[in-house]
Design a protein around this ligand. Structure first.
Ligand SMILES: *[C@@H]1O[C@H](CO)[C@@H](O)[C@H](O)[C@H]1NC(C)=O
Ligand SMILES: *[C@@H]1O[C@H](CO)[C@@H](O)[C@H](O)[C@H]1NC(C)=O
Ligand SMILES: *[C@@H]1O[C@H](CO)[C@@H](O)[C@H](O)[C@H]1NC(C)=O
Ligand SMILES: *[C@@H]1O[C@H](CO)[C@@H](O)[C@H](O)[C@H]1NC(C)=O
Ligand SMILES: *[C@@H]1O[C@H](CO)[C@@H](O)[C@H](O)[C@H]1NC(C)=O
Length: 269
């Protein structure tokens, strides 16, 4: 009787280890982590064995945590669909396996892009790039990035939003003919044929301040004066040279000798 009671009590207990639930790969910019939630009634200290289905016999990893970075195992081929399984183990009791599948190419979330902006006079320079996680090699990432479109949305406070594509995100994008001393805000959103995307947050940068009122006029006046002075000096040099060689002063007595000497003194003295 005692044995029977023990068996009745023990059997459901032994087989009550349920597979983990909500098995899913969370992934951003090819940085992949497998997550799961212990089933109700899972005792603390339960171990999880994680398998890649192809090599189902030996676990990839054994852990008591409820997540596992899986970037490294998916790095070789981003176009493959990987099937991952997790089973719970408590002493000699093993749960069924929970499974999930994941294709990096189409399921990783792209973005938000890293956007840098700086003023360049009456223009702005914008760089937009995608961070690279460990689940893709630098070479594959460069190729992949060509399939991601970056679109720039920018506006002056209170102005209309202008949408312009960034054709080559590897080069800074220049927005020109902007108003001076104004705050412009911009964000970059992404699109890809299959992967979901996240846009950047709005960020703002100011164009260079305008010249002070009348600045343009003062500048041209200064330029004009400098030019006049230069021409004047040249004329005087030429005139003095003529005096020196006696080309004018001696043969043209109507020009006062003293003027010649003054010029000569001013320029050469
Ligand atoms: C697990 O998934 C279910 C349905 O998919 C959801 O309702 C629940 O909130 C999830 N639990 C956790 C802890 O994420
Ligand atoms: C997970 O996959 C294995 C092998 O394909 C299968 O035997 C098992 O029933 C699956 N588990 C669930 C919960 O679907
Ligand atoms: C944008 O990138 C270029 C090189 O590609 C760099 O020279 C420049 O400083 C960057 N600009 C900003 C605002 O980060
Ligand atoms: C990848 O994920 C790890 C862990 O969540 C994080 O520390 C790291 O910054 C991530 N890298 C990128 C490029 O997102
Ligand atoms: C990006 O911007 C375009 C143009 O406004 C819009 O049609 C598209 O839905 C946006 N995409 C995302 C992912 O926000």
């Amino acid at each position: 009787m005692k044995v029977l009671l023990w068996a009745v009590w023990m059997v459901p207990w032994s087989y009550a280890l349920l597979p983990p639930t909500n098995l899913t790969v969370k992934s951003q910019n090819f940085n992949h982590t497998l997550h799961w939630v212990p089933a109700d009634g899972t005792p603390p200290g339960t171990e999880y064995h994680i398998y890649l289905q192809k090599h189902s016999k030996t676990p990839l990893s054994v852990t008591t945590a409820t997540s596992l970075p899986v970037s490294a195992i998916m790095r070789k081929d981003i176009h493959t669909t990987y099937v991952l399984s997790v089973e719970a183990r408590q002493r000699h009791v093993t749960s069924r396996r929970a499974n999930t599948s994941f294709e990096p190419f189409s399921m990783t979330v792209l973005g938000p892009p890293v956007v840098r902006v700086e003023g360049c006079g009456d223009c702005l320079l914008v760089n937009s790039s995608l961070p690279r996680g460990d689940g893709i090699s630098p070479d594959d990432f460069r190729t992949f990035c060509r399939s991601v479109e970056h679109t720039l949305h920018w506006r002056r406070p209170g102005g209309e939003t202008v949408i312009t594509p960034i054709f080559d995100p590897s080069k800074p994008k220049r927005i020109t003919h902007l108003l001076p001393g104004e705050l412009y805000c911009l964000r970059v959103n992404l699109s890809h044929s299959s992967a979901p995307t996240l846009a950047s947050d709005w960020q703002c940068a100011r164009t260079s301040p305008a010249l002070p009122p009348g600045g343009q006029y003062v500048r041209s006046l200064v330029g004009w004066s400098m030019g006049t002075v230069c021409v004047g000096v040249l004329v005087m040099v030429w005139f003095a040279a003529l005096c020196y060689t006696g080309a004018i002063c001696r043969r043209k007595p109507q020009l006062p000798q003293s003027l010649c000497w003054v010029l000569y003194w001013v320029v050469l003295g």
